[in-house]
Design a protein around this ligand. Structure first.
Ligand code: TXA
Ligand code: MG
Length: 314
């Protein structure tokens, strides 16, 4: 049984996490599936519930920079970026401190750790109440679409996790940007655009879309996949398709943003992909066509997710 908790039951959610239970909770990006990052058993249960390969490390969530510095080493550049961008939709991959309490299952044995402070009141008060670092991947089955609503978490993981804390719809709608510091590189485009980071801090940050070795398996070619197949840059639907539109589109079943607003499209992306999947299946159709999305700003992160949603399945 998965216990349903509303936003007034943060203390209950904290108590369950403290005891080592699995609790899904909202962040500004997507819902996370949380468990104590300092408990091997709890972290192992995350991998089981999601059917996630054990080589794919998790993000650790903390409420303050001081707590992040107890776990990992922040050099002057990462400190500067963290001070400006946290709390927010950005995850830093930084070297683990030698005497840390993080389970090796969290990092998949790497000597770096992915860490972030989410910009969500509910998540922050939950993390403060728990008082321990919380490992939390997106709260979906591995390879599937990340959930931006509590109902979508329950559809994926209901019965497999101990509780879900409902905080309504996630504001950003896409996962955090992942940046590694040494070497400086964007591992996953996300909630904070590369443009914004490079301009604000006068940095030249490469994004390596080539999958050399799996640094961030959110980079796996097929990921974020609905059950139906996906066709990108479609101007109109074929006979076996329904169209997910963007901007002024005729024949769209749903529209990511009628006013061509990329932030609105990001917020709608995952829940609409889920809805489109359901509509397609009810109509006996097997493919979702998607309008072209401009490839700048957060459009880059949207297209990154869509390309993986459309990739051939393993
Ligand atoms: O917005 C988000 O980041 C959400 C919310 C819940 O915080 N979390 C999330 O977690 O998207 P997940 O597990 O779905 O994606 C985490 C990504 C994975 O692609 C993983 O490979 C990468 O972070 N990652 C974790 N530790 C890493 C490390 N030490 N080095 C490189 N990549 C790492
Ligand atoms: Mg994920």
């Amino acid at each position: 049984m998965t216990e349903y908790l509303d936003q007034y039951q943060i203390p209950k959610a904290a108590e369950l996490l403290k005891k080592g239970k699995l609790v899904a909770f909202p962040t500004e990006t997507v819902y996370g599936l949380g468990a104590r990052a300092d408990s091997d058993n709890s972290v192992r249960r995350i991998f089981e519930a999601k059917r996630r390969p054990s080589f794919n490390p998790l993000i650790v969530h903390v409420p303050t920079l001081e707590e992040a510095q107890e776990i990992a080493i922040f050099d002057p550049l990462s400190l500067k970026l963290a001070r400006e961008l946290w709390p927010g939709p950005i995850t830093f991959v930084v070297p683990l401190k030698r005497n840390n309490t993080i389970s090796t299952f969290v990092t998949a044995g790497l000597d770096t750790v992915a860490i972030r402070i989410p910009n969500s009141k509910i998540a922050l008060s939950l993390l403060k109440l728990v008082g321990a670092p919380i490992a939390a991947p997106s709260a979906n089955l591995s390879g599937r679409i990340s959930p931006t609503l509590a109902s979508l978490v329950l559809r994926n993981l209901g019965g497999k996790i101990d509780a879900i804390l409902d905080g309504g719809r996630c504001i950003v709608g896409l996962e955090s940007t992942i940046i590694s510091i040494n070497p400086l590189e964007i591992l996953r485009p996300g909630g904070i655009t590369t443009d914004y980071i490079s301009k604000t801090f006068e940095l030249n940050i490469p994004y390596n879309n080539e999958i050399k070795k799996i640094k961030a398996p959110g980079q796996l070619k097929s990921h974020y996949a609905p059950a139906a197949s996906v066709r990108l840059n479609a101007l109109s639907p074929l006979s076996n398709e329904i169209l997910l539109g963007f901007g002024k589109t005729t024949n769209a079943t749903l529209n990511l943003s009628e006013t061509s607003n990329l932030s609105e499209a990001a917020q709608n992306l995952f829940s609409m992909l889920n809805d489109m999947d359901e509509i397609a299946s009810n109509k006996g159709l097997n493919s979702i066509a998607i309008s072209p999305i401009p490839n700048f700003g957060i459009g880059l992160a949207i297209n990154d997710r869509l390309t993986r949603a459309a990739a051939p399945r393993p």
